[in-house]
Ligand binder design. Structure first.
Ligand SMILES: NC(=O)c1ccc[n+]([C@@H]2O[C@H](COP(=O)([O-])OP(=O)(O)OC[C@H]3O[C@@H](n4cnc5c(N)ncnc54)[C@H](OP(=O)(O)O)[C@@H]3O)[C@@H](O)[C@H]2O)c1
Length: 313
């Protein structure tokens, strides 16, 4: 059996299954979590048929009994965990209703799975992740949770108001930031992943990416080959904006608190790492020379993204 152990939640189908398959192809032993054990077992059979090392695990992320049983079993069998991909997620908003018309049941059920489930699973498994020499946590989120995009009329995602789903992902992004802060200085790296828009049961058939393509970001983060800073929202090795800082004081405060001279010529090149995502007004555009001006200092909102990408000095 591989010396690296990964758990993927919601791994019986869609992006979760392809994430498990991709991680297994890298020689990692994958534990496939699913809320129906028979579905996990069927998915394990598919990976085993390709020569992958995999095992099924009953894990409903909203059921504390299955969470603690899962943690107990992983500890008993493996003694630790190296990779946790919090992938399970639902989108149950009613598309013919406005945000204020969505039922409270929709809000609560969505948050139970997309936020509280991920928090509960992570908390239960943290002691096992702390036993790994280099652990990774990937929270599968969505760019639809980005406050920058949802407030920017020029963003292609501006009109995608799927309230319970989007806001659960906003909260998940914030949880990722808090967890990364808690775990700074430890060997556990935490990121959020945006898979892209993927043809799965959750999204439907009109999305551009296959599940295998949609799994790429989670796989690269899990295997630590994405080359991005901890505590960021990532798609295809590029850091996405997930907030907008419109307050001048906030921007100046960030610069002051960072203690890093972000405007030094030598540092401006770091912006170009952010990739070719020029469609969002609040994000840097690849190849652009961002001199500091009153407008792009604070109105542009890219300084927080830039600071995240500066190498520690
Ligand atoms: N598809 C996209 O375009 C897209 C875009 C951005 C982000 N995402 C995110 O990617 C992740 C995977 O979504 P997907 O598109 O692959 O959707 P999917 O095909 O519907 O798969 C969702 C998975 O989550 C599982 N799940 C749901 N509730 C669960 C619970 N209470 N406990 C454990 N597992 C549970 C499902 O299990 P069952 O089979 O038992 O229902 C299934 O395995 C989600 O977090 C989603 O928000 C997807």
């Amino acid at each position: 059996m591989s010396s690296t152990i990964a758990l993927i939640t919601g791994a019986n189908k869609g992006i979760g299954f392809e994430t498990a398959r991709g991680i297994a192809r890298a020689g990692v032993h994958v534990i496939l979590g699913a809320r129906e054990e028979s579905r996990a077992a069927a998915a394990v059979d598919r990976i085993a048929a390709e020569g992958g090392s995999a095992e099924p695990l009953l894990l409903d992320v909203t059921d504390s009994a299955t969470i603690s049983a899962a943690a107990g079993r992983i500890e008993a069998v493996h003694g630790r965990l190296d990779i946790l991909v919090n992938n399970a997620g639902i989108m149950i908003d009613e598309f013919d209703k406005s945000p204020s018309q969505q039922s409270l049941a929709t809000w609560r059920t969505t948050f139970e799975v997309n936020l509280f489930g991920q928090v509960a699973v992570t908390n239960a498994l943290l002691p096992l992740l702390h036993r790994s020499p280099a652990a990774r946590i990937v929270n599968v989120s969505s760019v639809l949770g980005s406050l920058a995009d949802s407030t920017d009329p020029e963003s292609e995602f501006y009109d995608f108001k799927i309230p319970a789903y989007n806001i659960s992902k906003t909260a998940l992004n914030a949880w990722t930031i808090h967890l990364a802060h808690e775990l700074r200085g430890t060997p556990i790296i935490v990121n959020a992943a945006h898979p892209g828009f993927v043809r799965t049961e959750l999204h439907g058939v009109d999305a551009p990416l296959t599940p295998e393509e949609g799994a790429r970001t989670s796989i690269e983060l899990a295997l630590d080959v994405a080359g991005v800073p901890a505590g960021t929202l990532v798609h295809e090795r590029a850091v996405l904006a997930w907030e907008r800082w419109t307050s001048g004081c906030g921007c100046l405060g960030a610069l002051a608190l960072s203690g890093r001279p972000a405007w030094r010529n030598g540092r401006r090149g770091a912006l170009k790492m952010l990739g070719p995502r020029g469609h969002v007004g609040s994000s840097p555009t690849a190849g652009t020379d961002y001199s500091l001006t009153p407008r792009n200092w604070c109105g542009g909102g890219w300084i927080p993204a830039m600071l995240r990408n500066l190498p520690n000095t």
